[in-house]
Design a protein around this ligand. Structure first.
Ligand code: F3S
Length: 391
């Protein structure tokens, strides 16, 4: 792999251990994927922030990097942590709280922004064709497919290394020749809501491996539907991008996959494992809600009250919450909670007695049985909210 003189000096440790370690991570990855060089990035987004998913092992490494003076050299943001600062923070063991805060402190010392959201594109939308090093898989698919930016699915350490060096290896989604569809997907019946787009993503992720689909007949899918599709596609597969039929970058001859309404219905059914009649938690906000979603939830919640015995959580970023005007107040008047910095999957829901979750997110329904030890029901937003209000 070609390195400039300056990159070579960093690689050889002339600018200290922290930068040398980060450069070696990037070069190792580049060599593995046969990259010819490093390219500059506009931003990095680091996952592996929640103490629940990260555990103790990486804390010493983060501290060593921060102690050695590592600093982000481009805009660098963080994925959600394991609790919000008002509600769940009071419900988890003190040692878990302290370890989580310790992780955030090290990122902060290195100059990463504590955005604590998986939708960094709502805070600062990347430009089309810009190069990024993002590690949140749902945001990676969304950035490549909907925003037209270029990012591989980084791991937490490689996104952090890219944030510090300000570069990433030039392979995969950064190369134009790799951003073309391999497979045509015909969706036989129009998809009706965001939940069905998520189910399509789960279904396709399982059969595509890392192939890029050109998905026909998405109609005028809303931004929320595209986000659900992106998150779910990344949850079950290694695909980092989908194309729509408007994209001109297809290959000459492609395999065709037909997806029927039976395939979508079967996927929804498989993701719905709940055996009790009502859920402990109704959850929306995976990926974190947009301003539009918060406003829609506020309208659907007007004058209603969450049924006693049910928790209702809406997860979003601080940025969206602070910019939602009266919508958050209206939602919270119902007894629902608008929580920031966290999500169900990366927090300890089982420690607060949640055994069953109803959600409109196919990604959450896919992960919650293993990561939260919870039964699930997948349903569209309106039905989720009706259940929260009626029980
Ligand atoms: Fe975001 Fe958590 Fe879902 S990080 S994509 S809300 S699993």
């Amino acid at each position: 792999m070609y390195l400039t003189k300056k990159e070579e000096r960093v690689y050889d440790g002339e600018e200290g251990w922290a930068k040398q370690t980060c450069m070696r991570i990037l070069v190792r990855l580049g060599e593995l994927f046969k990259a010819e060089k490093l390219i500059p990035i506009d931003s990095a987004h680091v996952s592996g922030v929640s103490y629940k998913t990260l555990g103790d092992a990486p804390i010493d490494f983060l501290q060593a990097l921060a102690d050695s003076g590592a600093k982000a050299s481009v805009k660098a943001t963080l994925n959600p942590q394991s609790f919000d600062s008002e509600y769940l923070i009071k419900k988890i063991p003190v040692c878990a709280r302290e370890n989580q805060l310790q992780i955030l402190k090290q990122f902060d010392r290195m100059g990463l922004e504590s955005t604590l959201t998986c939708t960094p594109y709502y805070l600062d939308q990347p430009e089309s064709c810009s190069h990024l090093a993002w590690a949140e898989s749902s945001a990676v698919v969304y950035a490549n497919s909907v925003l037209g930016a270029c990012t591989n699915r980084e791991g937490g350490p490689s996104a952090l290394a890219a944030a510090i060096i300000g570069k990433t290896a030039d392979y995969g989604m950064h190369r134009k020749e790799n951003r073309r569809a391999d497979v045509v997907v015909n969706v036989e019946e129009p998809l009706e809501n965001e939940m069905e787009f998520g189910a399509l993503g789960i279904y396709l992720g399982r059969i595509l491996g890392d192939k890029i689909p050109m998905i026909r007949d998405l109609g005028n899918a809303s931004e929320t539907c595209m986000k659900q599709l992106s998150a779910a596609l990344a949850a079950t597969g290694m695909t980092n991008m989908f194309c729509t039929e408007h994209d001109k970058t297809k290959r000459a001859r492609m395999e065709v996959i037909n997806v029927s309404s039976k395939d979508i219905g079967g996927t929804v059914q498989n993701l719905s494992t709940m055996s009790t009649s009502r859920p402990d938690l109704v959850f929306t906000g995976c990926p974190h809600c947009s301003l539009n979603e918060i406003q829609e939830i506020a309208e659907l919640s007007a004058g209603r009250k969450v049924k006693s015995g049910i928790e209702c959580w809406i997860c979003t970023s601080r940025y969206v919450k602070e910019n939602s005007g009266d919508a958050v107040k209206k939602i919270e008047k119902t007894g629902a909670r608008v929580l920031t910095d966290m999500c169900t999957i990366v927090s300890w829901t089982e420690k607060v007695g949640i055994r069953s979750i109803m959600t409109n997110s196919a990604k959450t329904a896919h992960y919650a049985p293993t990561l939260n030890k919870a039964e699930t029901v997948l349903a569209p937003l309106k039905k989720c909210l009706e259940t929260a209000f009626k029980g």
